[in-house]
Structure formats: structure tokens, C-alpha cells
Design a protein around this ligand. Structure first.
Ligand code: GLP
Length: 242
């Protein structure tokens, strides 16, 4: 397949042949591709040439290198819209993914200073603190810590956190969410998030904090969510500001 006498550089020919295998579906997303050594043997070319071809495809986002494990066909990222206020369950539906939730812990505590401030409570007021792992088609992609005021949701139990919490707040408790305040920043996965998301500690993640309010300006939830940076892409429409 590789034509050594062709004016087309060899690394480019290798690149094209990898691209073709992916486009034809012979190599599927998430699948490992042959090792650099295997390419060298198959095409009788140097390791440097193979490496250049692979690096170009990694830079384009078509392949990804996983440390110590080899090179894989990239999995397309999920598009997370940042302009509207949507629930995880709704985001998954938009992407055609099956959502699942695992509640790791469900506690009733007195509010920490920060959670109290975000939810407009006095510190020490009772609060629920719920840790959840959110899955897309069976893959853990978000680790979430959710705080909700007990006085607004006196009857909340663990079962409610196993499904959509927005559905519980809006449909079951009759408190439509109207707007939110959100912060997004790059971060490194801490021990717990790394464990939950099956990442190495210190891997790049996106941290989003959100407080959601009703039309009466009542804060109903405050969340800290850690998203896998390699599975999400953030999309927003921008309005020109002067
Ligand atoms: C997103 C938001 C959270 C919110 C959650 C609700 O993850 N970042 O603030 O709590 O959606 O999702 P669901 O209704 O599926 O539980």
C-alpha cells in the first residue's frame, strides 16, 4: 500500500491509510490501533515516520494516545450546551445517550459556609449533601456533589437522587427552575473524582458549579460537577456585545 517512490511523503501515506480504515468503519471509535512497531514491520518503514503520521492524527483529534496503553481511535465528544439550563438527563437525551445514576452517598448535614451562602441559607441550616456518578451509555462521565435545602424539600429521600433531580424538583415538588448561575473552570481530578470517573489522579477535568433558582429567586440546588474533559466539548451561541 505504501509507495516509497511516490512524491507523496511516506508519513502522509500512512496517515491516509489510517484515516481510511477509520472512515470505512474497519477501526471503530474507542478501538486500539496497531502499535508503532507493528506499523514499521507491516510497511517496512522507520519508527520516526510512523510516529509523525500518528502524531498528526492525534493533533487533529482523530486518534488519542493513552499513557502506557497505546493509541486508540478517538471517541467523539459529547456537546454540552452552556447557554440554557438543562439537566444531565436532558443533555443525554439530546445526545442520544442512555443516562444512568449511581448515588454514592446521601447525607443530611448542617450547611457548610459555602453551601449556605450559595443557597441563601443561614450556616448550620439543614441541608442534603448527595454524591452521584452520572453515566452515558454505561460510561462514567460526571461526578457530582449536590446540595439542597431541607426546608424546601422536607420529604426528599435517596430514591429521588437516583433519577433526575430536576424532575423531582419541578414535576414532583412543583418548583419550576427558571434560571441559574454557573461557573466553569479547568481542574485536575482529585482522588475521589478520579476513582469515580476511572481517570488517573491529576487528569484534566472540567469543574462546573451551578446554583439553580425558581422564578421567585429561591435557590433549589447548588452543585459541583466534575466532567471528564476528554468526553465533553462545550458549545455556546454568542451574541455580539458592544
Ligand atoms: C447538571 C447540572 C446540575 C444538575 C443536574 C440535574 O448536571 N450541572 O446542577 O443538578 O444537571 O440533572 P438530573 O435532573 O438528570 O439529575
Amino acid at each position: 500500500m505504501i509507495q516509497k517512490n511516490s512524491p507523496v511523503p511516506i508519513y502522509f501515506q500512512v496517515e491516509e491509510s489510517i484515516r481510511e480504515k477509520i472512515e470505512s468503519g474497519e477501526w471503530e471509535s474507542g478501538e486500539a490501533i496497531p502499535s508503532e512497531r507493528q506499523f514499521c514491520e507491516q510497511f517496512s518503514i522507520s519508527r520516526m515516520t510512523v510516529r509523525q503520521a500518528i502524531t498528526n492524527l492525534v493533533n487533529e483529534g482523530i486518534l488519542e494516545r493513552r499513557r502506557g496503553r497505546g493509541t486508540y481511535v478517538s471517541v467523539p465528544k459529547l456537546n454540552l450546551e452552556l447557554t440554557g439550563i438543562t439537566s444531565f438527563t436532558e443533555q443525554m437525551a439530546q445526545q442520544g445517550k442512555r443516562p444512568e445514576t449511581k448515588v454514592i452517598s446521601f447525607e443530611r448535614n448542617s450547611a457548610s459556609k459555602q453551601a449556605a451562602k450559595e443557597l441563601g441559607l443561614d450556616s448550620e441550616e439543614p441541608i442534603y449533601k448527595v454524591k452521584r456518578i452520572r453515566y452515558a451509555d454505561g460510561e462514567a462521565i460526571a461526578y457530582e456533589i449536590l446540595y439542597m435545602p431541607v426546608k424546601i424539600f422536607p420529604d426528599m429521600v435517596l430514591k429521588h437522587a437516583e433519577g433526575s433531580i430536576y424532575d423531582y424538583i419541578e414535576a414532583q415538588c412543583g418548583l419550576p427552575i427558571q434560571y441559574g448561575k454557573q461557573e466553569l473552570e479547568a481542574a485536575e481530578a482529585g482522588k475521589k473524582a478520579a476513582e469515580a470517573l476511572q481517570l488517573e489522579e491529576g487528569a484534566a477535568v472540567l469543574k462546573i458549579q451551578r446554583t439553580s433558582f425558581t422564578s421567585e429567586h429561591q435557590a433549589v440546588e447548588y452543585t459541583k460537577t466534575i466532567y471528564r474533559a476528554d468526553r465533553y466539548k462545550y458549545v455556546m451561541e454568542l451574541e455580539r456585545k458592544h
